[in-house]
Design a binder for this molecule. Sequence first.
Ligand code: HEM
Length: 127
Amino acid sequence: MTTLYERVGGRSFFETLVDRFYEGVAEDPILRPLYPPNLGPPKEHLVLFLIQYWGGPNDYMVQRGHPRLRMRHVNFAIGWPERDAWFRHMEAAVKRGGISPEDEAQIMDYFNTSATFLINRPDRTDP
Ligand code: HEM
């Protein structure tokens, strides 16, 4: 059985995806202030996390430990505006990836659910 990681072409797919995603974040007035000045480390962490999640090598775990994503996001105020901005940039990046409709649907379903799961300020409406 092949993993999604293998089907989409391995590490290079996730590098390109995350580069495109962060191009959006870098220009986003809601999201940019949440991230540190140097986007290099967050980029690499997301690449490693996604590779591991979709069945590739577990370098994320080796370098960063258990993902515990809710805990790692608790210091960033994430309401619906932040969630939707994040999701929009990721959706645009995935759609440019040229992968099969089935894999695209699987990835988007995951981002949709996980982004909602990371909301930690549900009452927040203004950025
Ligand atoms: C819902 C909107 C989201 C916002 C506003 C957000 C924001 C952030 C911020 C500000 C960081 C810290 C960057 C740094 O200082 O290094 C971060 C880290 C991270 N985020 Fe998100 N994020 C969101 C959703 C997601 C989702 C849906 C995923 C995965 C599916 C994800 C995965 C990660 C990972 C893996 C890290 C790095 C954790 C680490 O090892 O330190 N995030 N995020």
